[in-house]
Design a protein around this ligand. Structure first.
Ligand code: AMP
Length: 421
């Protein structure tokens, strides 16, 4: 079946049409029929671009004022007689939406009903910058494709299996019971997908493996996946916590915040900008938030770029050690995301010398790893594998749609791991 996957941001809509089925999932042979992006929604020069395998990229520029109009344009282009990939939009049998925050309400993907939509709305308070746009996409698709079933796939759902000891902060407990302040974790679709693929690649059962997944892109997070269940992850109440990122600080002493606010006379929004936009690789190096630029600067002897690179990799090593302890050992470490998939230097600096954990990288294979391919980069003799798995969040969304429709995934599962109220 053809599934339309929508990922709606504040001024953008990413879309893909994926041909998939239970059999294609099993054979890992689902096909991306088209992928594209609407950018600058709300401006007069909005841009819609679409890539279709084997064809010239398509692009149009023109005013698109809101999300409904954007989804309408996407459907028109998908079914366009010349550049389109569908004879008719009726070929779309289901729509899968990326939804950032499912709070404690959703532990798996779900078919969207009015009740589910209301619950997503209730999670807006936890992700005010994301969930409202995701909801706009849901409402738009429902009004334009009224008979087509819609599904929500949450960034947070996979981590709902974490035990309370991993998700409760050392803060007054009322903050949890009154305001739902706890670790949620993000990038769940990616962590779930790459752990599954890693087990397949090794020819082992996921249910028997302890896997650490490292999603390293502009945003970075790691997860400890014990026999298929996320038991800990580095991102927290928001996607700020944990690893160093392009422009986000990751872990730090929270007492710095009131101190800096007082000393620099910062407003709350300036503080937020400092933590989310001016920190991380960019804040430390002063060069760039982009790992390629950092690596170039390191190559030309820039000390602050070197420091940013070292901090980035040191944190990954620390969490590998921590998660190995959390799971009583590891069978595999998986790298994914733009940096994880492409930077042999980061993979090497993050894992070299961890032989006491059974991790023995093959430097040659790691350096020569071809782009975009699943690949084992540890030595054959390594007790634990080091693996590259290109992530594909849209594919997971399309697959979840098929699984929920096919009844092989529960369509509504509430977390079993709540802390006492
Ligand atoms: P993503 O958010 O997954 O698209 O990843 C973006 C990050 O991947 C940016 O920091 C890029 O610099 C980084 N990246 C992409 N290609 C490479 C590469 N060849 N070497 C190092 N980093 C890369």
């Amino acid at each position: 079946m053809k599934v339309l996957v929508l990922n709606c941001g504040s001024s953008s809509v990413k879309f893909q049409v994926i041909e998939t089925s239970l059999e294609m999932i099993e054979a890992n042979s689902d096909v991306t029929v088209a992928r594209g992006l609407v950018e600058k929604i709300g401006l007069s020069d909005s841009r819609l671009s679409m890539d279709t395998p084997g064809r010239k990229p398509y692009q149009e520029i023109g005013e698109i004022l809101e999300h409904r109009a954007a989804v309408e344009r996407v459907l028109k282009v998908l079914a366009h007689p010349e550049y389109g990939v569908l004879k008719d939009v009726k070929e779309i049998e289901a729509v899968g939406h990326r939804v950032v925050h499912g709070g404690e309400k959703f532990a798996s993907s779900v078919q969207i009903t009015p009740e589910v939509e209301a619950m997503i709305e209730e999670c807006v308070v936890l992700a005010p910058l994301h969930n409202p746009h995701n909801l706009r996409g849901i409402i738009a698709a429902r009004s334009l494709l009224s008979d087509v079933p819609q599904f929500a796939v949450f960034d947070t759902a996979f981590h709902q299996s974490m035990p309370p000891k991993a998700f409760i902060y050392g803060l007054p407990y009322d903050l949890y019971t009154h305001h739902a302040i706890r670790r949620y974790g993000f990038h769940g679709t990616s962590h779930r997908y790459v752990s599954l693929r890693a087990a397949k690649l090794l020819g082992r059962k996921l249910e028997e493996m302890r896997i650490i997944t490292c999603h390293l892109g502009n945003g970075c997070s790691m997860a400890a996946i014990d026999r298929g269940h996320s038991v800990d992850t580095t991102m927290g109440f928001t996607p700020l916590e944990g690893l160093l990122m392009g422009t986000r600080s990751g872990d730090m002493d929270a007492a710095i915040l009131p101190w800096v606010m007082a000393m620099e006379e910062l407003t709350l929004s300036q503080l937020n900008a400092m933590l989310n936009k001016h920190s991380g690789l960019y804040g430390i190096s002063g060069v760039s938030s982009d790992m390629r630029e950092i690596e170039k600067a390191v190559g030309s002897g820039n000390h602050r770029a070197q420091l940013a690179f070292d901090i980035f990799c040191y944190r990954i090593r620390k969490y590998i050690g921590g998660y190995a302890a959390a799971m009583n050992g590891i069978d595999a470490v998986v790298f994914t995301g733009g940096i994880g998939e492409n930077s042999d230097l980061v993979r090497e600096a993050s894992t070299v010398g961890l032989d006491f954990l059974g991790l023995d990288l093959d430097p040659d294979v790691n350096r020569k790893a071809p782009r975009g391919q699943e690949m084992i980069v540890s030595k054959a003799s390594s007790r634990s594998a080091i693996i590259i798995i290109p992530t594909n969040e849209e594919r997971v969304i399309a697959r979840d749609v098929v699984r929920v429709l096919g009844g092989v995934m529960p369509s509504f599962s509430v977390p079993s791991n709540e802390a006492p109220r």
